[in-house]
Design a protein around this ligand. Structure first.
Ligand code: CTP
Length: 415
């Protein structure tokens, strides 16, 4: 029922936080991906380590984490999820949600989201029945937040009445009914269940010496969005990524590398694949002989000459005919002029099936930006896609891949 669904679980500070362990276990057991945001107060009741072990994903706790926040991590976190669950939803977090506050990561994610939100309240009975909480819950319900519980019962504070957090099984049932009702959308219909996919993303870094490197401006946004879209369709995805600031997509195996040589080795280690998409901006050259120690300035001496040597072409290597070749190989062409002609030529030269061509001239704002205008070049011809967000490009490409892999063998792209 929850196969492939992505739940962002926000764990606030209440004694009921311990029930999240069972909740995560149950959700994972149903095939859902769970990623946790733990508030500072929540971390007094459960540890990031326990949530990380059960969710098998990074736990987000720090609002000002440099790597995540430099790329608007709180927006990405909510964008990645199908549903946000606040459990336990304490009086404090409900008040902060109702007031629209953004004073920690959890509140900021809840304010920045456009996804459905389920809250499982847990608090002392007097706090639950207080006019302030009643008004906050009313406000949140009017804004579309769904509530499960609280239940009546004996509470940890020795009182009796409504305020106990719903049991994990009840919360799972509420999640099922919310996601069951919204299981449509642009990606519905096609499936990549049982398919194995590889995506490369981000830049590579080629060492000059232990402190300097050659690289480029790739943000990894498009490649990561593609990995995410393929996983949403049920594919088993390996994402080989250079150093990026965007968060790891949920439900995807991420292999982090630095250099093109490491990226090639990781791609070759990915095993038998149905589809491989090469969205990484691989450095074309590396230092011929990187220095083992930092290159020092010599007073009066000219700057050192940097001798370069070509990197392996990963796309061309994987595209080579043979039993290991994936059924569908998709490359990217980042061009600043003669976009379509260069892309058509690149498709043949690299031996891949499709090329997604994009104009990366500085004026387009594609590098690091949110939007992308692409052409899809196949053996049949060239399609101009409208300007879309990188997520929409990814969704559309994933749909096309699912349709292609679902076709009878005789009309597959490789033939
Ligand atoms: N690519 C790769 N390995 C490389 C270079 C590129 O896998 N060493 C892949 C990219 O991921 C992309 C495609 O090849 O899918 C095209 O990359 P691009 O840099 O645009 O093309 P180049 O082949 O480098 O051609 P040019 O620089 O002349 O445009």
């Amino acid at each position: 029922m929850l196969n492939g669904k992505r739940i962002l679980l926000i764990v606030a500070g209440g004694i009921a936080a311990f029930k999240c362990h069972d909740l995560i276990r149950r959700l994972r057991g149903q095939g859902a991906h769970v990623r946790c945001v733990l508030t500072e107060a929540g971390a007094r009741f459960v540890t990031p380590l326990s949530l990380q072990a059960l969710s098998e994903d990074k736990v987000y706790t720090d609002m000002f984490s440099l790597t995540d926040e430099s790329e608007m991590g709180h927006i990405e976190l909510s964008r990645e999820a199908d549903l946000l669950v606040v459990a336990p939803a304490t009086a404090n977090i409900l008040a902060r949600m109702a007031a629209g506050m953004a004073d920690d990561l959890a509140a900021t994610v809840l304010l920045a989201t456009d996804k459905p939100v389920l809250a499982a309240p847990a608090m002392n009975v007097r706090m639950w029945t207080h006019a302030a909480t009643v008004a906050n819950v009313e406000t949140l319900k009017k804004r579309g937040v769904t509530f499960v519980g609280p239940n009546d019962g004996a509470m940890a504070c020795n009182e009796y009445g409504p305020g106990r957090m719903s049991e994990p099984a009840e919360i799972v049932a509420a999640i099922e009914s919310m996601l069951g009702a919204s299981a449509t959308g642009p990606l519905a219909g096609q499936s990549l269940a049982g398919r194995r996919a590889l995506v490369t993303s981000g830049p590579t870094r080629e060492a000059i010496d232990p402190v300097r490197y050659i690289s480029n401006h790739s943000s990894g946004k498009q490649g990561h969005a593609i990995a995410s879209a393929l996983a949403k369709l049920g594919a088993e995805v390996t994402l080989v990524s250079g150093p990026v600031a965007v968060p790891d997509p949920m439900g995807v195996k991420v292999v982090k590398i630095d250099s093109a040589d490491q990226m090639l080795a990781a791609c070759q280690a990915a095993g038998q694949l149905d589809v491989a998409i090469f969205a990484a901006a691989v450095a074309d050259w590396k230092a011929a002989s990187p220095a083992g120690a930092k290159i020092k300035k010599q007073a009066g001496a000219p700057p050192p000459a940097l001798e370069l040597t070509p990197n392996p072409d990963i796309l061309a290597t994987v595209s080579r005919p043979g039993p290991q070749r994936p059924a569908l190989v998709v490359g990217f062409a980042a061009e600043t002029e003669n976009l379509v002609a260069n892309a058509v030529d690149k498709r043949k030269r690299k031996g891949c099936d499709w090329i997604v061509a994009n104009d990366v001239s500085p004026a387009t704002g594609t590098f690091g930006g949110e939007r992308n205008t692409v052409h899809l070049v196949t053996a049949e011809g060239v399609e101009a896609w409208p300007t879309l967000s990188k997520d929409e490009v990814a969704g559309r490409l994933a749909d096309r891949i699912a349709a292609q892999l679902g076709r009878p063998r005789s009309v597959k792209a490789a033939e």
